[in-house]
Write a protein that binds this ligand. Structure first.
Ligand code: DQQ
Length: 475
């Protein structure tokens, strides 16, 4: 199947988040900065806007925000991966970019080496490098290898699960990425919180802590220690409070930053009809704070996308407002970054309205809710379409000592990402139907204030198309 023309004309396609030209995308794979160039690979079905035969799509960037689509890097065309080239990572093996990925079916670990610009990969003739373990070990799954260098060893964790018990993290080590030795179980999850299996584990050192990220319907982080092949958690939390981000992957760039991209799932039941599904989160910089909590902030490179910006001085609400449009901010509310300081004061709630039609028929409210202690994203009027999810999504967040909360909110057509100044965040999806759903405003109770507001129109950064024009043919 060729590119679906609907995909290009759908108004809901994000303009500065990464996504392929059409069809299906899920997990980020093989993230690496190699010879100064950032590479993102991703699970992709090139034939339809639904999950299906999995390829590794590929794009490259010099700045993390402008991407060029490249030809697919890996296809399910060898005996060990004929059922799909599923999730995996990329390492630099003494100058050879090497993908370590899940071959299917059954699920096993395979490798492939790339040329210098990562445009061509050669699969290792000895694949799989770790044969299928699911049946032999009685696991719920065995996939998504994640590899790092520790001293003279390559270390690898693989996502697995113990039936009736929960997610399991299996550990391996190797000198050469080809011969792997099992080091047993690094960590087992809590049965109630993490039934079934752990997908897409990432284990890495960050500051003085080790961080484990796993996906299991939602995505969780742990911070703790990793000694003698065993991970011991100290703190845990949800990586993203929204209901869209899944299966993220992290990598360390040349500046030593730990950067995360995650797959943002669609939240509309008729998504397939629009010719595309799946978009990547913005690049997020991870840190562990003084309390041992994982924090995330948008990569500073995103500031390059700021175009015209508009400010407002303090807006104090004197009466209850559902949607008070901001005149100077017309036509900004669907592709922008908002920098806002909210101060509820005596009010129960105060916030902003984005992606609104001037009459407010479609609108998305982002409000600090004092009673709940966090931010509600009310999607009950985000879309007139019955196929769009309309539930409220909640991000727990605390006011600072001045009783304020500082937010950065990225609106990009169907994507909203919200970041608090102390590193909490969430991504949510909205699908307004009206072309004039571009207005912006304020909302809240008397006494509430928007102490400061700056809105930056964002330039679009639609991936340019390299040689990826050559569509694959279904074999
Ligand atoms: N997606 C991949 C798997 C992984 C899952 C298949 C997570 O390797 O476990 O597309 O979304």
């Amino acid at each position: 199947m060729k590119r679906d023309p609907n995909a290009m004309t759908d108004r809901m396609r994000p303009q500065y988040h990464f996504l392929p030209a059409s069809n299906w995308m899920n997990d980020p794979n093989g993230l690496i900065q190699f010879n100064g160039v950032y590479h993102i690979f991703y699970q992709r079905n090139p034939f339809a806007a639904t999950w299906g035969p999995m390829y590794w799509g590929h794009a490259e960037s010099h700045d993390l925000v402008h991407w060029r689509l490249m030809p697919d890097a890996l296809k399910p065309d060898s005996p060990a991966d004929k059922g799909g080239v599923w999730t995996g990572c990329m390492v630099d093996d003494k100058g050879a970019p090497t993908a370590i990925y899940t071959g299917v079916e059954p699920q096993c670990v395979c490798i492939a080496t790339g040329n210098r610009d990562l445009s061509r990969f050669t699969k290792y003739v000895g694949n799989p490098v770790v044969p299928a373990q699911q049946q032999a070990m009685g696991l719920t799954g065995f996939r998504d290898p994640y590899v790092w260098k520790q001293g003279s060893w390559w270390m690898m964790v693989v996502g697995a699960g113990i039936p009736g018990k929960g997610g399991e993290l299996l550990l391996y080590r190797s000198r050469d990425l080809r011969q792997w030795e099992s080091r047993g179980t690094a960590f087992v999850g809590d049965r109630d919180q993490h039934p079934d299996m752990w997908e897409c584990p990432n284990l890495f050192r960050l500051g003085t802590k080790w961080v484990l990220i796993i996906s299991n319907g939602q995505t969780w982080w742990y911070t703790g220690t990793f000694r003698n092949g065993r991970f011991s958690p100290e703190k845990t939390g949800l990586l993203d409070a929204g209901n869209s981000l899944y299966a993220p992957q992290t990598f360390k760039d040349a500046r030593g930053r730990r950067i995360l991209f995650g797959w943002l799932r669609e939240n509309r039941s008729d998504a397939e009809a629009h010719g595309w599904q799946g978009v990547m989160s913005l690049p997020r910089i991870l840190k562990v704070d003084a309390n041992g909590d994982l924090t995330q902030a948008p990569a500073p490179e995103l500031q390059r996308l700021r175009a015209r910006s508009t400010h407002a001085t303090a807006i104090k609400l004197t009466q209850r407002e559902g949607f008070l449009p901001l005149k100077d901010f017309e036509k900004l509310g669907d592709e922008c970054e908002l920098q806002a300081v909210l101060k509820p004061g005596q009010a129960g709630r105060v916030g902003l309205v984005v992606a609104a039609t001037p009459d407010g028929v479609e609108q998305t409210r982002i409000e600090y809710n004092v009673r709940r202690g966090g931010i509600d994203v009310d999607r009950s009027r985000s879309s007139l379409s019955k196929s769009a999810d309309a539930g409220t999504v909640f991000l727990p967040a605390e006011l600072d000592s001045a009783g304020e909360i500082r937010l950065r909110i990225f609106v990009d057509r169907s994507v909203i990402e919200i970041y608090t100044a102390d590193g909490q965040c969430m991504a949510v999806r909205i699908y307004p139907t009206r072309p004039d759903a571009m207005a912006m405003g304020v909302t809240g109770d008397p006494g509430g204030a928007i102490e400061a507001l700056r809105v930056n129109r964002m330039r679009s950064a639609i991936p340019s198309v390299g040689a990826a024009e050559i569509e694959p043919t279904q074999e």
